[in-house]
Design a protein around this ligand. Structure first.
Ligand SMILES: [Zn+2]
Length: 236
């Protein structure tokens, strides 16, 4: 079974999940969390819930406590996507808010004893610094676009790297040098690619670079994903 470790089922106009792909749907704002819970329960698909930094930039944090109460009342398989994003803002007050929010979300993950799905844009180092300080080891870098040397530090610390179907020089080196046991795959559809089926291109990418068969990559990345999100219950 191919697992798409990160997509947004709430954001499709017409939702079409290929039969051979098992998705994990990811929230990033309160509205998207509410929708993903609904979809997750209806389709028996695992969901992750979190308030992402893009949301604090856009909506502020006036009702954060209410958003957190909602997350606590549900059964997500992880807290995410959460993190830091320096791409959409360079305003000092907004960046301070991002740090405040990230700290709150990490505390929530600790309280709920859940792994963390990290969103970071132009902020990989800063995110990892915080995770190290707090000794958080159970996390995945969603759509990782940093370089190999940081990926090496991250995986040595216990983190996973998620590979989307987008090629880049950095990503190729990460795939080449990071052992398969630290890699999972995602589509991030409908954002970075349009369809969930394109997660197969991320599998092809790993299989090309690592010179492994498609099935070997599926088997190992799915196993990593199941262990990370504790998905056994979803496969009965
Ligand atoms: Zn995403």
């Amino acid at each position: 079974m191919i697992i798409d470790s990160h997509c947004h089922l709430d954001s499709f106009e017409i939702l079409n999940i290929p039969k051979d792909i098992f998705p994990i749907t990811s929230g990033y704002s309160h509205d998207s969390n509410v929708k993903n819970v609904e979809i997750g329960k209806k389709l028996k698909v695992p969901y992750t819930l979190g308030i992402a930094p893009q949301t604090s930039i856009r909506e502020g944090l006036d009702v954060l406590d209410r958003w957190i109460d909602f997350i606590k009342s549900q059964s997500p398989v992880a807290i995410g996507e959460i993190g830091l994003d320096f791409h959409w803002t360079n305003e000092e007050t907004k960046i301070k808010e991002e740090y405040f929010l990230f700290d709150k979300m990490i505390t929530l993950a600790e309280e709920m004893n859940l792994p963390i799905v990290i969103h970071s844009r132009k902020a990989e180092k800063e995110v990892f610094e915080i995770l190290k300080q707090k000794n958080i080891r159970n996390f995945v870098m969603h759509c990782y676009s940093g370089d190999y040397s940081l990926a090496e530090e991250i995986t040595s610390f216990g983190g996973l790297i998620s590979i989307p179907p987008i090629h880049s020089k950095n990503r190729k080196e990460v795939i080449e040098k990071i052992p398969l046991k630290y890699l999972i795959v995602e589509s991030d559809a409908p954002y970075i690619v349009k369809n969930i089926a394109e997660v197969k291109k991320a599998i092809d990418y790993i299989s090309d670079v690592k010179k492994l068969s498609f099935d070997e990559v599926v088997e190992k990345t799915s196993e990593n994903t199941i262990n990370f999100f504790k998905l056994e219950g979803f496969y009965v």
